[in-house]
Design a protein around this ligand. Structure first.
Ligand code: ARG
Length: 577
């Protein structure tokens, strides 16, 4: 059930009936009690346009709109708002429909081809916190889009190419020559990179060899490519270890690294030159972007080929756009990286549009996110100032969750503790990231993310287990509740309404790529459920059977919605806590 959309379409019809077709149809949730559940706010603008009295226009709309059976009352308020009071009977009926559906009534008719470019670590190094954010946020958005019926193509645009591989491969070659096994040599990529860099800076012979490897790699030398492939495979498996710990849906099939575009790069530059978009400048091939000129009118410079002939990150992104549009037939691309790359994607989009690399109406959305900060409000680092290895971070989360679990349940069995600490620890790290508006920096704080109070993973996981124990006690399952739903109590109405707004929330996540909207939705759901649970007895012996059946259905829909929502966010659920 998409309430918002339903109301919008009814108001569209009404506007047509009063000869105002095509005017905007702003329908919003009301945020004050007593003002109904939704508001139509279009009368004021319409009145201005027609030079008429807004309240009179509003009344005309009220007379024209058909919300029979949906709203029990429409009233014109203030300067011309229309307050929509939904009917309890209608809400009851909708709850009944939703609860009987395994998708809780969410329609999945959307069918865009959406490319989601996320995680995309650089394989020369270990994944860092920036990639953690990209991985978690991108995965949640991909899942929401899929749930709404979109055809999602995950693209892990891994950084697997570039001159730094010359030095890394030269170093690896030396290690192998000393009989070391590649897996061992590369067990810590950060250390390995550092060692190679030191040699590169200090040892002229090594530096020459590294440069030689770059040339060999680029010219397709077989031995060199095999060495490179070995390196890449091992580095990808490091990422996969993390994906698995995080419960992220990326697989090897989603890997489409920078190297995959190697053969397209010269074609891209050629096409740009033929179209007169690219010019030679001091030996390099560049695009001057007038649209992004500085305040003195100097256009932004966008390099697609260096004077030595080398290609850049930008060239690869242009090739990726071309591939996604032509080969994947994408309607829309979402890319998750930190905000510092915003300008790059803005420039890339402008150049690609000029070059005709996009189809008409194809959307390209860079979805930036802020930095992860420590409690001191500085970029998140270890005590000694190093970047934090993600594996260590996740291990610490699990360890802290273990202490938490044991402090609450000292006699729990080892098996149970193991399941709980993983689900709670990983869930907490993921949720604390997802629940913040991605565009701002956020402070990583163990204590608040592992708290059972507030908008946290443990709070939601716990709320879910409470629904499960209720059904245990009731001796029925969420799928077998029967009878008719009759909403009476105010809190029942609030809960029902919120449950039926699930699709409204998901649509926002899909449009703006903002999982925090779903998190807020979930938090409110859990809070409403707990208020309902306290105010409305269900299993007490003096509750009439029809009322018990009705309330159990609200519980069942709450439980199912919590479960689906947590799954979409990638937060594991438990049956007991
Ligand atoms: N590898 C890049 C980085 O670590 C992110 C790639 C994002 N995707 C893209 N199409 N450029 O910053």
């Amino acid at each position: 059930m998409h309430i918002q959309q339903l109301l919008v379409s009814r108001f569209e019809d009404a506007l047509q009936a009063i000869d105002c077709a095509g005017s905007p149809v702003p329908v919003a949730k009301s945020n004050k009690p007593g003002f109904g559940e939704y508001q139509f706010n279009g009368a004021m603008a319409l009145a201005k346009k027609l030079k008429q009295n807004p309240r009179e226009i509003a009344q005309k709309v009220v007379d024209a709109v058909n919300l029979d059976g949906i709203a029990e009352k429409l009233e014109v308020a203030g300067p011309g708002f229309i307050n929509i009071h939904l009917s309890n009977a209608w809400l009851s009926q909708q709850v009944q429909v939703a609860v009987a559906d395994e998708r809780v009534g969410i329609n999945a008719q959307a069918e865009q081809k959406v490319v989601v470019d996320y995680s995309s670590p650089n394989l020369a190094k270990e994944m860092h916190v920036g990639h953690l954010r990209s991985t978690i946020i991108g995965d949640a958005v991909a899942k929401c889009l899929e749930f709404l019926g979109h055809n999602v193509v995950r693209q892990n645009h891994m950084g697997d190419w570039g001159t730094q591989f010359g030095m890394l491969l030269a170093h690896l070659q030396d290690k192998l020559a000393q009989n070391e096994v590649a897996e061992t040599a590369l067990s810590d990529l950060e250390d390995f990179y550092r060692e190679a860099k030191v040699r590169f800076d200090q040892d002229e012979n090594f530096a020459n060899k590294a440069r030689e490897y770059v040339v060999k790699l680029q010219s397709g030398d077989e031995n060199c490519l095999a060495l490179w492939q070995n390196f890449i495979d091992i580095s990808i498996s490091h990422s996969e270890e993390l994906y698995q710990k995080l419960g992220v849906s990326l697989t090897r099939n989603d890997v489409m690294g920078e190297s995959a575009y190697n053969n397209d790069l010269s074609v891209v530059v050629k096409e740009l030159s033929e179209k007169g978009i690219v010019v030679e400048d001091a030996g390099a091939k560049v695009v001057f972007i007038e649209e992004l000129a500085d305040k003195n009118g100097k256009p932004a410079v966008y390099i697609v080929q260096k004077s030595g002939g080398g290609y850049l990150y930008a060239t690869t992104d242009l090739a990726a756009i071309r591939y996604r549009s032509q080969q994947l037939d994408a309607n829309r691309t979402l890319i998750f990286t930190d905000a510092r790359q915003a300008l790059h994607f803005k420039q890339t989009e402008i150049v690609a549009r000029k070059a005709g690399f996009f189809k008409e109406n194809e959307a390209y959305q860079h979805c930036p996110f802020g930095m992860m900060l420590g409690k001191d409000n500085k970029p998140f680092k270890t005590r000694s100032g190093d970047t934090v290895k993600l594996i260590d971070l996740l291990d610490e989360a699990v360890e802290r969750a273990e202490q938490l679990v044991l402090s609450r349940n000292p006699d729990m069995s080892g098996e149970q503790v193991k399941e709980m600490k993983e689900k709670i620890g990983i869930g907490a790290v993921k949720y604390s990231d997802l629940s913040k508006n991605r565009t701002t920096d956020y402070v990583f704080d163990w204590d608040s993310m592992l708290s059972f109070e507030g908008n946290t993973a443990p709070y939601l996981q716990y709320a879910y287990t409470r629904t499960q124990s209720l059904f245990n006690n009731a001796g029925v399952s969420t799928d077998s509740v029967k009878g008719s739903v009759a909403i009476e109590h105010d809190i029942e109405k609030s809960l029902a309404l919120h449950l039926l707004q699930f699709q409204d929330a998901l649509e926002i996540v899909a449009k703006d790529a903002t999982p925090h909207v779903l998190c807020s939705y979930m938090y409110e759901l859990a809070s409403l459920y707990s208020r309902f649970y306290e105010a409305c007895p269900i299993l007490k012996s003096d509750v009439a059977p029809e009322q018990k059946a009705s309330r159990l259905q609200l519980c069942a829909l709450s439980a199912k919605t919590l479960k689906i929502g947590l799954d979409l966010l990638g937060i594991p659920t438990l049956l007991k806590m």
